[in-house]
Design a protein around this ligand. Structure first.
Ligand code: MSP
Length: 647
């Protein structure tokens, strides 16, 4: 049996799922369903990318362990996929013990082989993207190098790390692209990849000494494996790679690996090189889709423009969202989301074209043939057009042109709607032309059954309802059958609720703007509370113990005290936190001399966002009483160890 292995990227869990993530998963699910119907054995893999500094930081911010955080967020992803009808065959989590063990084995093998080696790396590191940034990235007015992806200021890091010998694969990669020009879809993106690799590749650092929440390097636990090395291998560890008996061989290489365009380089350059290093074939195709934008910006939680699919689902059900995302843009192109555009598409294509068609056919069959309708033996209207549609639909789907396939299907749905108007069955009934009336409804019924089959991959819930009302119990047969395949001779319809009630866009937007307004007002209230003078504030603002725990405070020792030119109240202090040495700035110069401070132990808040003051970055804050504008510090006695947490 032919096999089809399709994957989605594994999602970061520092964020809850939004409409952009939903897009990748729905495309994957739709392809998996299509290939199953085509009679292939399918494996649809998805999961979550749970390691790395972002997760570590997000957990720290909430005052919980990374494992607790990821366990919580993973449930959000799984819950959403269930509601959206995303039926995966396996859900991999990179914190799974099996994955960890398998990645460590791969690492060890490459180390033994010489493809991984230890060296020193110094570079500009973007904490947010977890990437070292090249020397060609932009620089801001203060001379800070900025991350070309997210625009944030990068940090200079120098560490002993392990490298993957990526440079050794430059030629092999170029040859592979040359021999497989269809490796990346759409074509234009293949050119981007080739030109990047042609510029020459540098070895890739694949471990970190600064990140704790990651897979430890075998035999060197001071290092953890870089998230992308860990994450990319999920596509193999999920199949049991490195286990005896080679279970993965059944599925590898993948036919389609779906990704967003932002992670193309990882999948089209690093991933095939990693695979070459372990002597495996690259995947057959990397399909790189575009982004969903809001007001021309990529949707993401950090920008505050992420759309929660559950709100839309309340109005239009999972299939409304699935249809819109799949139909609105070709794979590869960006789409701009607007609520107006969304509801317009759903109202016109789903409530009007499809919903009305189903209601009319159902209503007329029940009215005119309450005892059931027996199919005539002859060829019926709409059959030829269906065969042609089915052929083109399959062709489009095989090439991942889902929006084109749906466009054609809607062409047929509208043909059916026109057919009703043209044949006027109500007139045939009035005039007693029963045979003609039966033929018209029989044509419509079997055509609708065909539509139900073709709808199934993209809109499984709706297809199920339509087919059930027509008495079809099974989901589509292999290759979608022809219209005549397995046709029952007599049709008795089950009543069907309207599939897609029209959504009043104005009403929705008014409701939404009320909610947004409330949210905004609440936020403003909070802001005002913060900035209001002391007497205007509520007498006591209580915080929960969890909120308090978010503040990480420890006993720190002052190692060095330096002046800052031109600052008469500020000192620059080097402090020991027990786990690291940091620099903080403190407004204590008017209260203490340098000698009074060096060697002293005090409380420092360590998880405060770093701030740049007078050209120096302060990474933490010392705690002191403010006695009429003058700082008074509570010092600890000598015997309290540095690094002791304050709880
Ligand atoms: N964890 C990495 C992938 C590792 S795969 C070995 C990652 N995760 S992600 O959560 O940031 O993104 C996952 C997928 O969601 C990517 O394909 C990304 O392109 C997609 N989307 C996230 N936001 C998106 C939009 N606004 N629009 C469309 N898809 C986008 O990257």
């Amino acid at each position: 049996m032919e096999r089809f292995f399709v994957t989605t990227p594994i999602y970061y869990v520092n964020d809850v799922p939004h409409l952009g993530h939903t897009y990748t998963s729905i495309v994957g699910d739709t392809l998996a369903r299509f290939h199953r119907v085509m009679g292939r054995e399918v494996f649809y893999l998805t999961g979550t990318d749970e390691h790395g500094q972002k997760i570590e930081k997000a957990a720290e911010k909430r005052g919980i362990t990374p494992q607790l955080l990821v366990d919580e967020v993973v449930e959000r992803f799984k819950g959403l996929w269930t509601k959206m009808g995303v039926q995966y065959d396996y859900f991999i989590r990179t914190s799974d013990e099996l994955h960890v063990r398998r990645v460590q084995r791969i690492f060890q093998r490459l180390l033994d082989k010489g493809d991984i080696y230890k060296g020193t790396y110094t570079g500009n590191y973007c904490v947010s993207c977890e990437l070292y940034i090249g020397e060609d990235s932009p620089v801001d007015a203060q001379g800070n190098r900025l991350c070309p992806d997210c625009g944030r200021v990068t940090e200079t890091l120098s560490e002993e790390v392990y490298f993957f010998r990526l440079s050794a694969y430059t030629e092999r990669l170029l040859r592979f692209y040359w021999e497989n020009p269809g490796f990346v879809v759409p074509e234009g993106r293949m050119n981007e990849v080739v030109s990047f690799v042609s510029g020459g590749l540098r070895d890739l650092s694949i471990t970190r000494s600064t990140v704790k929440w990651g897979i430890p390097v075998p035999g060197d636990p001071s290092q953890t494996i870089y998230v992308w090395f860990d994450a990319l291998f999920n596509y193999l560890t999920a199949l049991g790679y490195t286990e005896e008996g080679d279970p993965w061989k059944k599925w590898w290489p993948a036919q389609v690996q779906l990704i967003g365009k932002d992670i193309l380089r990882f999948h089209a350059v690093f991933w095939p090189a990693f695979l070459m290093a372990v002597d495996l074939e690259p995947p057959k195709k990397i399909v790189s889709h575009g982004w969903w934008l809001v007001d021309k910006e990529k949707m993401s939680k950090s920008k505050g423009n992420a759309l929660n699919p559950e709100i839309l689902m309340d109005k239009v059900g999972p299939d409304g969202i699935r249809y819109f995302l799949l139909r609105e843009i070709p794979l590869g192109i960006d789409g701009n989301f607007s609520h107006e555009g969304f509801f317009h598409r759903v109202n016109s294509d789903l409530a009007n074209d499809l919903g009305n068609l189903v209601n009319r056919i159902g209503g007329m069959t029940v009215r005119y043939f309450p005892e059931g309708l027996t199919l005539p033996k002859k060829e019926l209207d709409l059959e030829k057009e269906y065969d042609e549609l089915r052929r083109l639909f399959v062709e489009d789907f095989e090439e991942c042109r889902i929006n084109r396939a749906l466009e054609k299907l809607w062409g047929y749905i509208n043909l059916m709607n026109r057919y009703i108007v043209q044949k006027e069955p109500w007139k045939l009934s009035k005039e007693g032309k029963n045979e003609e009336l039966r033929d018209v409804l029989a044509s419509l019924l079997i055509a609708l059954r065909g539509v139900g089959f073709l709808l199934y991959p993209a809109m499984p819930f709706t297809a199920g309802k339509i087919l059930a009302s027509l008495g079809v119990e099974k989901t589509p047969s292999p290759s979608f059958g022809g219209l005549r395949e397995g046709l029952p001779s007599t049709w008795k319809l089950q009543p069907l609720e309207p599939l897609f009630p029209r959504v009043d866009v104005e009403e929705f937007l008014a409701e939404k703007s009320e909610i947004d307004k409330e949210k905004k007002e609440k936020m403003e209230e909070k802001r005002e509370e913060k900035t209001a003078p002391a007497e205007a504030q509520p007498p006591k603002e209580l915080i929960s113990i969890d909120e308090f725990r978010k503040a990480k405070m420890v006993v720190a020792q002052i190692l060095e005290v330096n002046d800052i030119e031109g600052a008469d109240k500020l000192y620059r202090l080097k402090i020991d936190l027990g786990t690291e040495i940091r620099e903080i700035l403190g407004g204590i110069k008017l209260s203490y001399s340098r000698e009074e401070l060096v060697g002293k132990k005090l409380i420092v808040l360590t998880n405060l966002e770093p701030r740049k003051i007078r050209g120096f970055v302060s990474s933490g804050m010392l705690l002191a009483a403010n006695v009429e504008g003058k700082a008074t510090i509570a010092f600890f006695p000598e015997n309290v160890p540095v690094g002791t947490p304050i709880t």
